[in-house]
Ligand binder design. Structure first.
Ligand code: XLS
Ligand code: MG
Length: 346
């Protein structure tokens, strides 16, 4: 039997947010970036995820040279702390140039902005010594169907991906699909779409995917099936575990918060496909509740990791032979109860 995987964990600075939502201000005092790095280290996480402007703040106002200089300074700090950068992601949904989309904007000039910024993001990743570029395609979609053309959008998207692939022969692009929010309909809503897009690029083997549990649920899909699908193609290079209560706004709840069974199934899919064997990280894209007090600031991350670890034990102690017998006998009623009682510790 293959050696059991010891998972490595990470999160991003936005996962220790200050409690703001679209309807109200922060509920916890602002913290510095250094405080966030220190928390990560203190609580034994191995790596941090970065947006390009987490790494280099106010990136749009800085020259290429200045960006490189600041990225190098950050790399020194990370090395000093013993923290790895898991990935860098261009934040393409804040700038005035991306009001009408980034790579798929109707404006040529604005599409160029999105590409240029992504190339700078790849430069930063290089300096931080990661080859992983995460692309959450936030504004690539339509709000008003007649304003865009989905086929043309796909051409624009592939053109942008090709420019990134050409810019750095080492970079691996990881598409993080989400079906909606902020757009009404995203152009790359699921893992199947992302895998299909990869096949149109100049180097499909350097275009993979990142699954976020909540995003799959928002697409009406089972995150465990998305994991199996992506890994069948060898494309699951990163993972954002969290939870989501139905088809609402993106909730980024702690892992297992809504459905322990779904969390169990996601880990079962990871284990049977060997996720982590090539150094992939388990990241938690979770947010503290708005109500969380400052003294409990890290609990959603610590709880997510603890739930993950407890469920790994549950997956490893699940009687797969007995389950296979029930499957062979088509006794899914008994299989269902077996899963429930296993989770209930019976
Ligand atoms: C938002 C996304 C974002 C990405 C990184 O829904 O999950 O946080 O993970 O750009
Ligand atoms: Mg995410």
């Amino acid at each position: 039997m293959a050696k059991k995987i010891d998972y490595k964990f990470c999160f991003g600075p936005w996962n220790i947010s200050e409690g703001q939502d679209p309807y109200g201000p922060t509920t916890r005092p602002a913290q510095t970036f250094d405080w966030k790095l220190a928390q990560l280290k203190k609580h034994g996480f191995e790596a941090m995820m970065f947006h390009d402007d987490d790494a280099v703040p106010d990136i749009d106002s800085k020259s290429e040279q200045q960006i490189r200089k600041e990225a190098k300074e950050l790399k020194k700090r990370l090395d000093g702390l013993g923290i790895v950068a898991e990935m860098v992601a261009p934040r393409l949904w804040f700038a005035p140039q991306t009001i009408d989309g980034a790579y798929t904007s109707n404006s040529k000039k604005d599409r160029q902005y999105a590409i240029d910024r992504s190339l700078r993001c790849i430069d930063i990743a290089n300096i931080l010594d990661t080859d992983l570029i995460v692309l959450w395609l936030a504004r690539e979609g339509s709000y008003l169907r007649e304003s865009k053309d989905a086929g043309r959008a796909l051409d624009y998207l592939v053109e942008a991906l090709d420019k990134m692939l050409a810019h750095d022969k080492r970079a691996r692009l990881c598409i993080e699909p989400k079906p909606n929010e902020p757009m009404d309909h995203a152009y790359v809503p699921t893992i199947g779409h992302a895998v299909a897009v990869s096949s149109l690029t100049r180097d499909p083997k350097r275009v993979g995917v990142l699954i976020e549990s909540a995003h799959a649920i928002l697409a009406g899909l089972d995150p465990a099936d998305e994991i199996d699908f992506a890994m069948k193609f060898g494309k699951l290079w990163s993972l954002h575990l969290n939870d989501q209560n139905g088809l609402k706004y993106d909730q980024d709840r702690p892992f297992g918060n809504v459905s322990l069974r779904s969390a169990f199934d996601q880990i079962r899919a990871l284990e049977r496909n060997g996720y982590g064997r090539n150094g992939e990280y388990v990241c938690f894209d979770v947010h503290p509740f708005r109500t969380t007090k400052p003294e409990h600031w890290m609990d959603h991350l610590l709880n997510s990791r603890r739930t993950f670890e407890l469920l790994v034990k549950k997956v490893r102690s699940f009687d797969e032979k007995a389950a296979a017998k029930l499957v062979a006998d088509r006794n899914y009623q008994a299989l269902d109860q077996m899963v429930l009682e296993h989770l209930l510790g019976k």
